[in-house]
Design a protein around this ligand. Structure first.
Ligand code: ADP
Ligand code: ADP
Ligand code: ZN
Length: 219
């Protein structure tokens, strides 16, 4: 099973991805996570991310291509979950090309919808830990303020989660990424998920969608 998790910044992709890979044993491929690692040694990437802009398509596609070739993806026959990719039409077309060559199919694009006000609330309250855990000051607070439940690390706000950058990221989403909804609708693989509900309810919708897909395949 191969899925794409799609949605605006703050939709809950990372949160749901964690639950999906735990339950179904597929590999989580987050381009945001990959670039947060890459920006440590690449000033251009770092500057683009800090400004809320997208990394150029060629760089992104090359990175995803390499990642899909790695053993853990190839060996885990169960499949993968793309999170944060594709984000432009060019990326979507490049992905189609890559998968065609490997004879791999995307079962569904799980498109999580939230409105702009909710996105701003979620992003501005997001706090993250170096271990990868993610919290929200109101919606998912850690047991102790600013301390990671999982590892005891100090929680921080992502630089691109600051209010002034958030608006730019939402505009970038609107202009460059949202058109992909139509692209995948036309391909007949778009599944809409109402992201405005609580974490559990959102996950239930995702489970239902995955079950329906598995049913179609007769597995
Ligand atoms: P969010 O889900 O909160 O929007 P991500 O963690 O997915 O954020 O991405 C953070 C940043 O990493 C983006 O704002 C962008 O600069 C870069 N990035 C991640 N994925 C892509 C992509 N597919 N194409 C271009 N840039 C990307
Ligand atoms: P994305 O990866 O799409 O940018 P995240 O999964 O990081 O989004 O979620 C953004 C913020 O919203 C995080 O602080 C997270 O704890 C919180 N969050 C995620 N899902 C929900 C939900 N269903 N209701 C309320 N807050 C949520
Ligand atoms: Zn931690």
């Amino acid at each position: 099973m191969n899925y794409i998790l799609f949605g605006p910044p703050g939709a809950g992709k990372g949160t749901q991805a964690k639950k999906i890979v735990e339950k179904y044993g597929i590999v989580h491929l987050s381009t945001g996570d990959m670039f947060r690692e890459a920006k440590k040694s690449d000033e251009k990437i770092s500057a683009l991310m800090a400004a809320g802009q997208l990394i150029p398509d060629e760089t992104v596609v090359e990175m995803v291509q390499k990642r899909l070739q790695k053993d853990d993806v190839k060996d885990v026959k169960k499949g993968f979950l793309l999170d944060g990719f594709p984000r432009t039409l060019n990326q979507a077309e490049a992905l189609d090309g890559m998968l065609k060559k490997e004879n791999i199919k995307i079962d569904a694009v799980l498109s999580i919808y939230i409105d702009n006000d909710e996105a701003v609330k979620r992003i501005s309250g997001r706090r993250v830990c170096v271990c990868g855990a993610s919290y929200h000051v109101l919606f998912l607070p850690p047991k102790q303020e600013n301390v990671c439940d999982a590892c005891g690390g100090t929680l921080v706000q992502r630089t691109d989660d600051k209010e002034n950058v958030v608006r730019d990221r939402l505009t970038v989403y609107e202009n460059q990424t949202k058109p992909l909804i139509d692209y995948y609708k036309k391909a007949g693989i778009l599944v809409e998920i109402d992201g405005q509900q609580n974490e559990k309810e959102v996950f239930k919708q995702i489970e239902t969608a995955i079950k329906a897909e598995a049913g179609k395949l007769g597995s």
